[in-house]
Design a protein around this ligand. Structure first.
Ligand SMILES: C[S@@+](CC[C@H](N)C(=O)[O-])C[C@H]1O[C@@H](n2cnc3c(N)ncnc32)[C@H](O)[C@@H]1O
Length: 323
């Protein structure tokens, strides 16, 4: 993957130490990959048909790359076949040359809940921590962000991103397949930082917030999305093992506690913009994600409980500012 545009952008925005770090780290990282599936995924991407994109639109619910008329029926069949080999597609939807890629999550629903509340992204530098396959990054470009950098250690989601970016190589979006911990030594200066669906997967949520704070410029905005529990108190749920069958859910705070954590980290102008129970319309099985999904993770007799007996997933979105 070519990262020159990212390096240039970081260099011209007082983040040269990060670009120096990546220039050293990424070649080593990519040459050390020994994940067999990764090479298969890259081969499926290489074998995707070469099609010229006549139009794109990131303002629609489905991230739209190309038009149906840009490719032949045969090319679209190869496209579908190879993109299917990158399953499971958890975030979406995408519309790629008329192929509707209906992912497990209708991520447009979360985006629509937050898009009108956040600071304008026009001409802004955005960091998306735990970016999944980059769906939201494309939507941020739809809001005219100058540049979006996604960070996520999943090589599958990285591969899905590369498959979409193959058709728009000059788009102002990049994806670095590293975890947030790998940039703990940096003090970056992004205008907006997103951390959606990540904090409850971090063993130390306060440290996560401190790192997000560290990567924002003054007056920059944090958009955090998290599972929460329904409690008026400073409570936290520490699942015994799995939560709604999810591994690595270390702690789920109440809204009050999450807000307190943000305050204690130094954020101000903290605003809760939405809190709601996740519906089985938003997260469900599709042909692009054929495993089990939310409905299977809820108690068959009481859909307000998970199969483990915990409260069913409620998610909140909070925006706040670095002073
Ligand atoms: C629940 S998903 C959320 C994806 C997306 N942000 C969204 O809101 O739909 C959590 C994401 O965090 C990523 N992740 C896991 N560990 C991470 C880490 N150490 N640093 C950054 N991202 C991480 C996972 O690979 C996954 O894509």
């Amino acid at each position: 993957m070519e990262f020159q545009k990212l390096y240039d952008l970081l260099d011209s925005n007082s983040m040269s130490s990060f670009s120096d770090y990546l220039k050293n780290e990424l070649p080593i990282f990519f040459s050390d990959i020994n994940h067999g599936d990764y090479f298969k995924w890259m081969k499926y991407i290489d074998e995707l048909p070469n099609i010229t994109v006549s139009k794109f639109d990131f303002t629609l619910d489905a991230v739209t790359i190309g038009d149906k008329s840009d490719c032949s029926i045969e090319e679209r069949a190869i496209l579908k076949n190879n993109l299917m080999k990158l399953k499971p597609w958890r975030k979406g939807p995408f519309n790629i040359f008329g192929l509707f890629l209906d992912a497990e999550w209708q991520s447009n629903m979360k985006w629509n809940r937050l898009a009108e509340h956040i600071k304008p992204l026009e001409n802004k530098l955005v960091l998306d921590i735990g970016c999944g396959n980059g769906y939201y990054g494309w939507r941020m470009l739809g809001k005219k962000a100058e540049y979006v950098l996604g960070l996520d250690p999943s090589l599958l989601f990285y591969s899905q991103f590369i498959a979409t970016k193959k058709y728009l190589p000059d788009a102002n979006i990049d994806y670095v397949p590293l975890g947030i911990e790998s940039i703990a030594h940096e003090n970056l200066c992004f205008d907006s930082v997103f951390s959606m669906g990540v904090i409850y997967h971090r063993r130390d949520p306060l440290m996560h917030l401190r790192q997000l704070f560290q990567h924002l410029k003054s007056s920059g905005e944090l958009i955090i999305e998290s599972l929460v529990i329904d409690s008026e108190n400073l409570d936290v749920l520490i699942p015994n093992d799995r939560y709604a069958k999810m591994k690595n859910v270390w702690s789920i705070p109440s809204l009050k506690l999450l807000t307190k954590w943000l305050e204690n980290t130094g954020f101000k102008n903290i605003k809760v913009i939405n809190t709601q129970q996740t519906s089985v319309d938003e997260q469900r099985v599709t042909e692009w994600m054929e495993f089990k999904s939310l409905d299977d993770f809820l108690d068959i007799k009481d859909k307000n409980k998970t199969v483990e007996g915990y409260p069913a997933p409620i998610r909140t979105i909070i925006i706040s500012e670095k002073p």
